[in-house]
Design a protein around this ligand. Structure first.
Ligand code: PLP
Ligand code: COI
Length: 348
């Protein structure tokens, strides 16, 4: 194994082991799911044999997560907010009628995923981290439309580098987003608040069109195409004077990064507001960014609205407020400051 940590991107690098764990169950007449989880175990085999009619393959009954493991300044290994990811996957599982992975199974699987792949944990100060991709799939063979009762929980580790490695035309690490009113990522009462594969497949028409133009896609609310929903696979944050603004919407993924940043922003004396945010309000903001586990906080320099022939240019990109919040978050993740909120779990 010879990995150049500094050139890693957000892409898959195979590690020694993945972790697997199956749920075998049945449904009661009233639809209630009953069954049992096996103990999670590490395996070198990355191929999952499954029936061609598995509900994950036929009807998209699957959910996933993303969390990061950091090698700290003190050499310790820290996992960031794994319980929050477990809780979110539980909500996704319930949303798609899947078995919930119990906390003890989740924790054991996370520990095995890290401990069996220590060679793939990037050293401190390389900018790379070990990403864990938990995945929950329906494995019951079915042709009739409806949820299955057997599931497989997998954790796929991969060392990763920056999500947005490219610099903009001014050689700054900023992203330009383009609005697309012809593609919705998720419906108002759809599955947008869950982290399920179908949302990402649904977004490809928007994101791939944007990428071909050198941008990333900003999704608006699907009802009015007036309010900001999400930045591709990340939440949106704007800074206006002393206020941290982030969208409230039934169709967006509740980001754990955004939740953490809201806490830090309040501590820094910012007013934190979650509400519907009109696209046109970007004109009144000094800073904006996309936030998520993969992209941390990635500053936005421009938002292009081709239908309205408008380009919103953020005066500060990158800006001091959001970059200050990024430092505060990363200081906790890398153990450079006190972890007051107990967000990190140290793996010995
Ligand atoms: N929104 C979407 C659609 C995402 O895929 C992600 C990534 O997980 C986020 C937001 C950010 O969420 P988090 O900060 O929990 O990674
Ligand atoms: C993340 O931010 O961790 C994600 O999983 C988003 C995306 C890259 C799928």
């Amino acid at each position: 194994m010879n990995i150049d940590w500094n050139t890693l991107r957000f892409s898959y690098t195979e590690t020694d082991y993945i972790v697997r764990c199956a749920f075998h169950g049945h449904r009661q007449k009233d639809g209630t799911l009953e069954g049992q989880w096996e103990a999670p175990y590490a395996t070198r085999d990355k191929i999952l044999p499954m029936h061609v009619c598995a509900t994950a393959l036929q009807y998209g009954q699957e959910a996933f997560e993303g969390l990061k493991v950091f090698r700290g300044v003190d050499g310790q290994i820290r996992v960031f907010r794994w319980q929050a990811n477990a809780e979110r996957m539980a909500r996704s599982a319930e949303g798609l009628y899947m078995a919930v992975v119990p906390m003890d199974v989740w924790e054991k699987a996370v520990r095995i995923a890290i401990e069996s792949n220590l060679n793939f944990l990037p050293p401190y100060e390389t900018g790379a981290t070990l990403y864990l991709r938990p995945l929950l799939i329906g494995t019951t063979p079915k042709l009739g439309v409806g949820p299955g009762w057997d599931f497989e929980f997998v954790i796929i580790p991969s060392p990763i580098g920056p999500y947005y490695p490219k610099l903009n035309a001014n050689r700054l690490p900023c992203q330009t987003f383009i609005v697309n009113r012809h593609v919705d990522r998720a419906a108002a009462y759809g599955t947008g608040q869950f982290k399920v594969g179908g949302n990402y497949a649904a977004s490809f028409r928007g994101t791939e069109t944007a990428h071909q133009q050198g941008y990333d896609c900003l999704f608006l609310d699907s009802r009015y195409h007036r309010y900001i929903d999400e930045c591709s696979a990340a939440n949106f944050i704007g800074i206006r004077d002393n206020e941290y603004l982030t969208p409230r919407s039934s169709a967006i993924l509740p980001s754990i990064t955004n939740d953490s940043l809201m806490t830090l922003a309040k501590e820094q004396g910012l007013k934190v507001t979650r509400r519907h945010i009109r696209l046109s309000e970007i004109a009144t903001m000094q800073e904006a960014a996309a936030c998520g586990t993969a992209c941390v906080i990635s500053p936005i320099d421009k938002v292009i609205d081709p239908d309205k022939h408008v380009t919103y240019t953020l005066p500060q990109a990158p800006g001091p407020v959001l970059m200050g919040l990024r430092t505060a978050l990363q200081d906790i993740q890398y153990g450079r400051t006190e972890d007051k909120h107990h967000w990190c779990t140290i793996i010995n």
